[in-house]
Design a protein around this ligand. Structure first.
Ligand SMILES: C[S@@+](CC[C@H](N)C(=O)[O-])C[C@H]1O[C@@H](n2cnc3c(N)ncnc32)[C@H](O)[C@@H]1O
Length: 342
């Protein structure tokens, strides 16, 4: 079974081969409704309140955790949140005060227990250092891992949308998807009436950076990919100066969904669901990369170390390892790894 944590409207689930056994977990009722109406199996639940051991048949895990406080690149609060998350991923477990920061570490809790065959993760570009820290831990657990920032427009999506991604497999060596040609808006909107697209970015920016309003709106022609789709709709701009907002359906299409995708809730909720989603063509490229390893995993060199432990401690170690579905030596290696990272 494929498990999608924070499954939203089901961008990852749309990208699975037909009839793949899957389960999405999503807190927001309306996003879950959309995904269910599209035919996905979804439970409405808080990911942090579930025990991964209750999901034993998971072979693949995908996740796009919610955008975090450190999305506000460069701000003091953002840097502190990032440091906290990196520390937690490396195995030190400081109290992560903000729920939104905690959620970025959540997939690791699931991976550690489930040890799926393959993994694919996606987030905003500022999360790349977190995915790199994930990669270090995952390699220690025997995975081949690649991380990078990819632009969705080079993977079949008619939109410039840069995202930090991680793909991993414990069955063989993974490679990131190769970028293809840029996908223009004309591939989904065959208009020939001279219209252009005008961005509708918000006017806020961190730490005195110039606002989008100060910089002016971005104008894109149909031969280009769309600007990044957020909860705020871009506009069509006509030669006579008329401005018309993109419809919900048009925004969904720019995000790689079919025009008849069954968006649920009011217009604002629908636009938020679209802005949050992973474009299915990008999800498909990442899933293909994670499920098609191309060689053997380069194993890190290992050295046998003789450590004498008191018998009762060995017994405790074996019991703890069995509880976590690990071998005693794998658990011992994790404990040492954490101690060394401190
Ligand atoms: C970045 S979006 C992921 C979107 C999804 N990949 C898609 O294609 O629609 C993050 C999602 O996590 C959900 N979420 C936030 N906190 C959650 C929690 N504690 N448990 C489950 N879902 C949660 C949000 O409602 C949102 O839909």
């Amino acid at each position: 079974m494929i498990l999608d944590l924070f499954s939203g409207v089901g961008g990852w689930l749309c990208a699975l081969p037909p009839a793949s056994p899957h389960l999405g977990i999503e807190l927001d009722q309306q996003a879950a409704e959309t995904s269910k109406a599209a035919g996905h199996n979804v439970i409405e639940a808080d990911v942090t309140g579930l025990d991964p051991a209750d999901f034993p048949d998971v072979t693949g895990l995908v996740a796009s955790p919610p955008c975090t406080t450190f999305s506000i690149a460069g701000s003091g609060a953002g840097r502190m949140a990032l440091e906290q998350v990196l520390s937690a991923v490396r195995g030190n477990t400081p109290a992560l005060d903000k729920q939104s920061t905690r959620l970025t570490v959540e997939p690791l809790r699931w991976i550690r227990t489930i040890r799926p065959e393959w993994i694919a993760l996606e987030q905003v570009p500022t999360v790349l250092p977190v995915w790199k820290a994930y990669a270090e831990r995952l390699r220690g657990w025997g995975y081949s891992v690649e991380t990078s920032v990819l632009d969705a427009s080079a993977h079949g999506v008619p939109q410039s949308r840069r995202r930090a991604v991680l793909v991993a497999s414990r069955l063989g060596a993974v490679r990131l998807p190769e970028p293809g040609p840029t996908t223009p808006m004309s591939s989904v909107f065959p208009y020939s009436d001279g219209r252009t697209q005008r961005s509708n970015y918000s006017g806020s920016a961190p730490d005195g950076a110039r606002t989008a309003q100060e910089r002016g709106r971005t104008i894109r022609g149909l031969s280009q990919p769309s600007v990044t789709v957020t909860r705020r709709s871009p506009h069509w701009q006509f030669e006579n100066g008329t401005l018309i907002p993109f419809t919900v359906e048009e925004c969904g299409v720019l995000q790689g969904f079919p025009p008849d995708y069954p968006w649920s809730g009011g217009a604002n909720a629908q636009r938020l669901q679209i802005g949050n989603a992973i474009p299915p063509p990008l999800a498909q490229a990442l899933i293909t990369a994670a499920t098609s390893p191309i060689g053997r995993i380069p194993r890190p060199p290992e050295t046998r170390v003789g450590i004498e432990l008191p018998k009762p401690l060995v017994k405790k170690l074996r019991i703890a390892a069995a509880h976590q579905g690990l071998s005693a030596s794998a658990l011992a290696a994790e404990i040492i790894e954490k101690a060394v990272a401190r």
